[in-house]
Structure formats: structure tokens, C-alpha cells
Design a protein. Structure first.
Ligand SMILES: CC(C)(COP(=O)(O)OP(=O)(O)OC[C@H]1O[C@@H](n2cnc3c(N)ncnc32)[C@H](O)[C@@H]1OP(=O)(O)O)[C@@H](O)C(=O)NCCC(=O)NCCS
Length: 223
């Protein structure tokens, strides 16, 4: 049966910096004042992170080492957020959300008939293994479906990245299969497993996911 859907492209595009909360993580856009913390975490984790990221262009300043390059990165992300093209968040943990743990980003937002976005993430190795990333992805998923009114989210993972696949297992995102030579990672066109969740799945699983990863369960909006 064909299902009609609202076309939400004109709805819900928060342009002000957004702050989102899970049970333990706080997500907010990074600002130039985060340079010292971001630089320290990124530099300490290079061996842990760089094998899973696109190669940095040799002609570009490294934002982990160059304060103005980091500020420019923040500005570019502010611009993308204001254009509703992507939403990048620093992931913070600790009693008062004071420790920068990593990042979770909602990128490549496409409207029109697709209404989709791609989630990417990383975490400080010192804080790995505590389920923080799954929590942050759950929070961004709720934001994407309930505030941005997207219809589909995806996460793309190199098959040998077992740690990242565990995040998808924990959230039970659906694996749609392998896209060959899909993204450039550390200089190589790598195959990626494409994991997805659609709005219909979110609506069916909302109570379970909110209860597992966010504060208190909230009543589902049946309207
Ligand atoms: C993928 C990643 C974000 C997962 O974050 P996380 O918050 O540690 O996720 P989880 O707590 O759910 O742990 C996932 C798995 O990592 C493994 N793991 C946990 N701590 C670890 C550590 N210190 N060192 C190595 N592996 C570890 C465990 O197998 C764990 O699964 P388990 O909980 O069933 O034991 C993190 O491993 C990371 O930043 N990796 C490098 C960058 C990257 O791969 N980004 C994603 C690209 S798609």
C-alpha cells in the first residue's frame, strides 16, 4: 500500500546552536574556545582515529595543531548548521558535561524526495567501551526525526571496523548491505556496510530507544 507522507522540508530547522542531552552525554556545537581540549584529545588519539578517517589534504593546516584552522572549522560548521545542511556536535561527558569525549555529526542532509542524513562519530580511546557513542547516536537520531523531520538516517562503516559495528548492533540499526569502494578512508577507496533506520522504524522503536539511552521515557506522539 502506498503511504502518503508530509513533506517537511520547510519545517523544523533549528539554526541556533542546539544542545542535546542523553542519559550521560551532552551534545553541543564546538566553539573556538574548545581548541585546547579538542587539540589535546585529537593529538593523543591519532593512532586510534586516523585509520578510520579520510586522509587530510597535505596543503591544509591541521586543526588539531593550528588554532585558526580549528576556528575556521567551527565557523564552517556553524554556517552548515545555519543552512540546515549538517549538524556537528561535540560529545561531552562528566558530572557537568565538562569533558570533551568525541564528536557525533549529522552530515549530508538531503531534502526533496529523500529527506535523509548520514551520521558519523568518534570517541577518545580513554572513554571507549562505555556505550557513550551509541547513546550519542540515539540522541542525534531523535533530533533528526523529531526536530528536523528527516525520514532516513544512515551510518557507513568499513567492515573490519568491529568497534563501530558494535555500536550499530547495540542500536539495532538495519544493515542494508555492502557498498563497494564507497568512501575514501586513509587514502583508500574502502567498501562500506550501510546501516540505516527510517522514521517508521524510529516510531516503532522510540519507546525502547529512549528508555535505553535517554533520560526518562516520554509518551510517543501518535498524532
Ligand atoms: C567506533 C567508536 C566510536 C565506538 O565508540 P564507543 O563509545 O567505544 O562504543 P562502545 O562503548 O559501544 O564500544 C564498542 C566496542 O568497542 C570495543 N572497545 C571498547 N573499548 C575499547 C578500547 N579501549 N580499545 C579497543 N576497543 C574497545 C569493544 O569491543 C566494544 O564492544 P562491547 O561493548 O560489546 O565490548 C570508537 O571505537 C572509535 O572512536 N573508534 C575510532 C574511530 C571510528 O572508528 N569511528 C567510526 C567510523 S565509522
Amino acid at each position: 500500500m502506498m503511504r502518503r507522507t508530509r513533506h517537511p522540508s520547510s519545517q523544523g530547522r533549528p539554526s541556533a546552536p542546539v544542545r542535546l542531552y542523553g542519559r550521560r552525554v551532552v551534545l553541543r556545537p564546538l566553539a573556538p574556545s574548545d581548541f585546547a581540549a579538542w587539540s589535546e584529545v585529537r593529538r593523543r588519539n591519532e593512532d586510534w582515529l586516523l585509520p578510520w578517517e579520510p586522509q587530510r589534504h597535505p596543503g591544509h593546516a591541521d586543526p588539531a595543531r593550528d588554532r585558526s584552522a580549528f576556528a575556521a572549522r567551527c565557523t564552517a560548521r556553524d554556517r552548515d548548521r545555519n543552512a540546515a545542511a549538517s549538524y556537528a556536535f561535540g560529545m561531552f561527558v562528566g558530572e557537568r558535561g565538562e569533558r570533551l569525549a568525541g564528536e557525533v555529526n549529522l552530515n549530508n542532509i538531503v531534502r526533496g524526495a529523500m529527506q535523509a542524513g548520514t551520521i558519523g562519530y568518534w570517541i577518545d580511546r580513554e572513554l571507549a567501551g562505555q556505550g557513550y557513542t551509541a547513546e550519542a547516536v540515539a540522541v542525534v537520531t531523535r533530533f533528526a526525526f523529531e526536530q528536523l523531520h528527516l525520514h532516513r538516517l544512515e551510518v557507513c562503516i568499513v567492515p573490519r571496523n568491529d568497534n563501530s559495528r558494535r555500536v550499530m548492533d547495540k542500536l539495532a540499526f538495519r544493515c542494508e548491505g555492502l557498498a563497494e569502494r564507497f568512501l575514501e578512508i586513509a587514502g583508500v577507496w574502502e567498501d562500506h556496510l550501510r546501516y540505516a533506520i527510517t522514521l517508521e522504524e524510529w516510531n516503532a522503536r522510540r519507546t525502547e530507544l529512549v528508555r535505553a539511552w535517554m533520560h526518562a521515557p516520554e509518551p510517543a506522539d501518535d498524532g
